[in-house]
Design a protein around this ligand. Structure first.
Ligand SMILES: [Zn+2]
Ligand SMILES: [Zn+2]
Length: 258
């Protein structure tokens, strides 16, 4: 696979780290007209993430086709997936959930900076197999957010990504989060699986739309995969033919909560 050379945005952010948190919302508005630096290496002037940092940190990695963890060249499926395949059919990620992407995802999700969706989607589209998977999909469905969390954040980061990735096939409102459960990142692996059981359902009026269809399920990050597994199980139960889980960042094996 060739190297990744994509332009990651033309608006600014990096200077926010120098201005400091005291300016709050004013800072977030002000940085839109301050000349831009790369948020990673602080090169100036630059796109939001400079080309060199994309080259350094977003090179395509050979991954297991079922869990998207890094894999030795020549292998298709890791030993873990060979013995216990996940409920979905294919998993794809743009990057590992590691520096600098973990920090930028935090900015995206927890510091309420939804502009990152466009940049992450650009990187995702440059990742091998993501474009063809989107093209062959019937529906692209973002992981739904619990109502309480949506109210707190004001947006669903998975839906923002899905709209950027494939607006023509983006389907919101089919897959529902029916229980408000503790945030996954606050739990260990065992509790994550219990946490998401029965947390998802299909909107009854639209449930038949997934039967015999190829579905791409979108989220920003996958760690244990428990949430996406629960959602996949609901879609498969409704007759979905093929599920690809697609995320911007995948927690690497060493840092997984297994
Ligand atoms: Zn840079
Ligand atoms: Zn695997």
């Amino acid at each position: 696979m060739g190297g990744v050379r994509v332009g990651i945005g033309d608006d600014s952010l990096g200077v926010s780290e120098y201005i400091g948190p005291m300016f709050g919302t004013w800072r977030d508005k002000a940085i839109r007209w301050i000349p831009s630096t790369c948020v990673v290496c602080h090169a100036w002037p630059s796109n939001r993430i400079c080309e060199h940092c994309v080259q350094d940190f977003a090179q395509p990695v050979h991954r297991c086709s079922r869990c998207a963890l890094a894999l030795a060249d020549g292998e298709v499926v890791c030993a873990s997936c060979a013995h216990h395949p996940p409920v979905w059919d294919c998993a794809l990620t743009a990057v590992d959930y590691a520096f600098p992407w973990s920090r930028l995802v935090t900015d995206f999700k927890f510091r309420e900076n939804p502009a990152w969706a466009r940049h992450f989607a650009t990187l995702m589209r440059s990742t091998p197999w993501i474009e063809p998977s989107l093209e062959s999909a019937d529906h692209v469905i973002p992981m739904p957010l619990a109502t309480e969390r949506f109210k707190q954040r004001g947006f669903n980061q998975a839906a923002l990504l899905s709209r950027q990735l494939c607006p023509a096939k983006n389907c919101e409102g089919i897959l529902l989060r029916v229980l408000n459960t503790p945030a996954q990142h606050t739990l260990d692996r065992k509790d994550r699986q219990a946490n998401v059981m029965r947390a998802y359902a299909l909107e009854p009026q639209h449930a038949t739309r997934v039967a015999n269809k190829r579905i791409v399920l979108i989220d920003d990050v996958m760690t244990s995969g428990a949430s996406m597994a629960a959602a996949t199980a609901v879609l498969k139960l409704a007759g979905a033919h093929h599920i690809t889980v697609m995320v911007f960042a995948r927690t690497p094996r060493a840092a997984d909560l297994a």
